[in-house]
Design a protein around this ligand. Structure first.
Ligand SMILES: Nc1ncnc2c1ncn2[C@@H]1O[C@H](COP(=O)(O)OP(=O)(O)O)[C@@H](O)[C@H]1O
Ligand SMILES: O=C(O)C[C@@H](O)[C@H](O)C(=O)COP(=O)(O)O
Length: 331
């Protein structure tokens, strides 16, 4: 079993950095975008989803990001603070940017997700708005990688990671790669490479590692070789997620293991990665083993994909343990 060393005497368990926005989910299931009659409104965005996941499990969570100075921005902030998330690092931009909005179908697979991110507010966050003291108050800084896609958010993200390293705050990079956010895969692989080198834990799926290997190992599909390449600089753990095939975990000391999935009736495929990260991080900040963290992440993801949203379908601690117990008893 593997323990990740963490500073325990911190006010916040985790700070998540990245986008918080509005998710509009189709009212009808198994219906094409063109035929949907309307949408139900929730808070979403990869970083907000992870923050809510850790908070619903009982963690003390902070956030670094930016929303627009408008009604959607207000809605996102109100929801997140209602979830007990500290928003001292959440900026509000009034330069005409817009809070990120996603529209989704509700289908178990081949599910369209349209994200509106022209002049996205989250990408306007500036390095001078990132407070090193805030980061020094947290056990973990979780970075969602889309924040690296554009300046000034790119510089704000890299300086946040540097501050975290200086204050012994564990750094987790959730790759969160959205191809349309980047000029080219080469650009993306350069900045993700820098960010991965600043991270203690790197979490991504195969496509995301493919992108990160664009320059150094184009065409590689071998997870073992990928892990070896990324277990360098500060990186102690690499997690390679594979949807319904579960995940593989590699540690710097050579230990590796796999985690399967908890089979459920899937309502929608999105939200799995964010709930997985939430369950894993919550376990680690509570002093749990890496193996248990990955199991909790997998269970949280299964619960989430069987639900009808991302944030609201994140489990509480009781729901998570009941789900695991019920599943394991029926094996
Ligand atoms: N259909 C599914 N049923 C149950 N668990 C799932 C399912 N899809 C994904 N998961 C869980 O969520 C984790 C992350 O999902 P994945 O799709 O790989 O992430 P991402 O959305 O970031 O690509 C997987 O490793 C698995 O544990
Ligand atoms: O990440 C977003 O901006 C929107 C999300 O809230 C969305 O619902 C989604 O697509 C989550 O997907 P995932 O991060 O790939 O699990």
């Amino acid at each position: 079993m593997t323990k990740i060393a963490l500073q325990q005497d911190r006010k916040l368990d985790a700070i998540v950095l990245g986008r918080a926005g509005v998710d509009l989910y189709a009212r009808e299931s198994n219906t094409d975008m063109a035929d949907i009659s309307g949408f139900n409104k929730f808070v979403g965005g990869s970083a907000a989803n992870i923050a809510v996941a850790v908070s619903k499990l009982g963690g003390k969570v902070g956030f670094i990001g930016c929303v627009a100075d408008d009604a959607f921005g207000g809605y996102v902030k109100q929801y997140m603070s209602g979830q007990g998330i500290n928003l001292d690092g959440m900026m509000t931009d009034n330069s005409g940017s817009r809070t990120s909005v996603a529209f989704t179908e509700m289908k178990p697979s081949d599910c369209t997700v349209l994200i509106y991110r022209n002049k996205a507010s989250d990408l306007t966050i500036k390095p001078e708005q990132v407070d090193p003291e805030y980061i020094a108050n947290a056990k973990v800084l979780v970075v969602t990688g889309t924040a690296l896609s554009e300046s000034p958010s790119r510089e704000a993200t890299l300086i946040a990671m540097e501050h975290a390293r200086r204050s012994n705050t564990l750094v987790v990079l959730d790759v969160d790669y959205r191809p349309y956010s980047w000029r080219t895969d080469v650009d993306a692989s350069i900045y993700y490479g820098i960010a991965a080198g600043l991270s203690d834990i790197v979490i991504g799926n195969r496509e995301e590692f493919d992108m990160m290997e664009t320059v150094l190992a184009p065409g590689n599909k071998d997870d073992d070789a990928t892990a070896e390449r990324f277990l360098r600089a500060n990186t102690q753990v690499v997690v390679i997620k594979a949807g319904e095939f579960g995940s593989k975990v590699y540690c710097r000391d050579g230990h590796k293991f796999q985690q399967g999935i908890f089979r459920v009736e899937v309502q929608k495929p999105f939200g799995s990665g964010d709930s997985f990260a939430g369950g894993l991080i919550w376990t680690l900040v509570n002093g749990g083993e890496l193996e248990d963290g990955v199991k909790h992440g997998s269970a949280a993801a299964a619960i989430n994909v069987s639900g009808n949203s991302c944030t609201e379908a994140m489990p509480t601690k009781e729901q998570l343990f009941d789900f695991i117990e019920t599943r394991e008893q029926s094996l």
